[in-house]
Design a protein around this ligand. Structure first.
Ligand code: NAP
Length: 523
């Protein structure tokens, strides 16, 4: 693999363009990349711990959710002893890595996107195959991974030169940012490249060492990312890839006294467990562990009587069914003013009927599979509950095919206390609820323990003002869909049970990975 050169002065940040695959040459390149990665399907991947490869013979197998008989990768799983070694070695190497000059760390971080960009179609293909993303969704994920690195490299340049402090007479006063130590990076499967890359590179560029515990659904993408970190020049012991289930090695990594921080993105229940375990000091531990936990959502879109209904229906459908509703930002609740409710539900029905479901590698499909057999069962169970709690308007069952396919499902007339209105389903299921007016719609939207994303469609400036003030979410969108946050423009993170609101892709994100030190010198 070539290592593209990186200029020490980084140009202004610009978001990576997302490929729509509308050009025949791009569509052809995508299929060629899939052919190339398919030749690697079923390959074995070793662990990367303490700067060396390890095999345990105990293999985790990942499959293509569009075609579960197709094995994507076989991954050696870490034993508890290896997981312990991973964190202890990351801790032991931290003093050396943390002294790496900041320019060098920025240079390595900026090489990561250069390498991913060179292999973009190939990464797209891995995401299509292992995560069940359609080509467009896969390219959006890969583009976001690129953006996170480009953005954090530039933020690190800024952080390396903090604003001057007030100078006391006769003193030189300054504040510098120190890395924390060895951290655990725990990403979810739904943005298997972007979120893993963002959390990892943020931790590394600020000078921390890391142990990546990838999702058991998408370990191949994690193994490919580890190759990129190597190629970008990150030292062999600055990161470890510790594949294994959350229950087998997750708790151990979180609880270990040498773990300094945990950067987690995933479900509410796992996030809360990590937060609880990390809070308890262990023998030999001399710090309070920092937990960055970005968790679930039950995101709502309000459709007002003064909205452009056509655009609102398109926004709701895209937010609810893009990547099969498996985005933390996905719209799972449409809250619609009673004056336009029936008309809006009809529009939804028409648009949902146009959605195609099938293998994600086929560009004709708007929706691919859900991630696993377990997820499919849970989602279908929720659909059955929803049928009792409301009126089925579209979908309502599995879709045909060998993969984990589910029809895009819309259930109307849902009460705000219903389970499908309150619980995160994480699949292609949209609840629709009637509101008396805009104020009532805001009340319903806020009637949740989550607070991640939300959108309001209205042309009324006073209602827009109200939404800005009262819609209690970390990411609010007005007259646009509630998915598709862009690095730099829409710093991402939620309130309440949606997490610690770390605002990934925002100007303050790197602060989670450092501790500021104030130095006053008498002169
Ligand atoms: P998950 O089940 O919570 O798993 C997330 C990660 O935690 C996986 O790597 C998982 O490993 C690991 N894990 C599980 N148990 C653990 C334990 N005891 N200790 C340490 N790690 C453990 O979530 P998911 O199904 O992958 O992802 C979907 C969820 O993520 C949804 O709730 C979604 O809303 C949320 N999400 C939030 C954001 C955000 O920015 N707020 C972004 C994306 C996704 P295994 O795979 O081995 O179990």
């Amino acid at each position: 693999m070539t290592t593209p050169a990186v200029s020490p002065r980084l140009a202004a940040f610009v978001n990576e363009a997302v490929n729509t695959f509308s050009k025949p040459e791009d569509a052809a390149a995508a299929q060629a990349a899939l052919k190339k990665v398919r030749a690697e399907f079923g390959r074995e991947y070793e662990l990367w711990i303490a700067g060396a490869r390890h095999k345990t013979g105990d293999l985790l197998t990942s499959v293509n959710p569009s075609k579960p008989s197709e094995i994507i990768g076989k991954h050696h799983k870490a034993t508890p002893e290896l997981a312990k070694l991973a964190i202890e070695d990351a801790h032991a190497y931290f003093p050396e890595f943390s002294r790496t000059p900041v320019e060098k760390r920025i240079e390595m971080a900026a090489r990561v996107p250069a390498i991913i960009r060179e292999r973009k179609f190939e990464f797209d293909a891995w995401l299509v195959a292992e995560a069940g993303k359609t080509w467009y969704e896969a390219d959006a994920d890969v583009s976001e991974a690129i953006d996170f690195c480009e953005y954090y490299a530039r933020q690190m340049q800024r952080m390396a030169k903090p604003d001057p402090l007030v100078q006391m007479p006769g003193e030189r006063d300054e504040m510098v940012y120190l890395p924390l130590g060895a951290g655990i990076i725990i990403p979810p499967w739904n943005f298997p490249l972007a979120i893993m890359t963002g959390m990892s590179v943020a931790a590394l560029v600020t000078g921390n060492t890391i142990v990546i515990k990838p999702s058991s659904e998408t370990p191949t993408i994690a193994a490919k990312f580890a190759e990129v970190l190597h190629a970008a020049g990150f030292p062999a012991r600055s990161f470890a890839l510790c594949t294994g289930s959350g229950s087998a090695v997750g708790d151990l990594l979180v609880e270990h006294p040498k773990t300094r921080f945990v950067s987690f993105t995933g479900s509410r229940d796992v996030g809360l467990r990590i937060n609880e375990l990390a809070a308890k000091p262990r023998k030999g531990q001399i710090w309070i562990k920092r937990v960055i936990a970005e968790m679930g959502g039950k995101d709502a879109i309000i459709v007002d009587r003064e909205a452009d209904l056509e655009s609102a229906a398109t926004g709701v459908v895209q937010s609810a069914f893009g990547y099969q509703g498996q985005k933390c930002s996905a719209c799972s609740r449409a809250i619609v003013d009673q004056a336009v409710y029936d008309e809006f539900v009809e529009k939804l029905k028409t648009k949902v009927a146009e959605l195609t479901v099938g293998p994600s590698e086929d560009p004709a499909n708007y929706m691919g599979p859900v991630i696993s057999a377990g997820a499919k069962k849970t989602i279908l169970d929720y659909i059955e509950t929803g049928k009792k709690e409301g009126r089925l308007v579209a979908g309502g069952a599995a879709a045909t095919g060998d993969g984990y396919f589910i029809q895009p499902t819309v259930i109307a007339d849902i009460d705000s206390k219903a389970r499908v209105f309150q619980e995160e389903i994480f699949g292609p299921v949209l609840s629709v609820t009637k509101a008396r007016d805009f104020d009532h719609a805001l009340q319903l939207a806020n009637d949740t323990e989550y607070g991640l994303t939300g959108a309001a469609y209205t042309k009324n400036p006073e209602k827009i003002r109200k939404a800005r003030e009262e819609f209690f979410v970390g990411n609010l969108y007005i007259n646009r869909k509630c998915t598709g946050a862009m690095v730099g423009a829409h710093p991402f993170g939620g309130f309440n049970m949606s997490g610690t609101d770390s605002k990934a892709g925002g100007p303050d994100y790197l602060l989670q990975f450092v501790q500021p030190k104030s130095i006053a010198e008498k002169i």
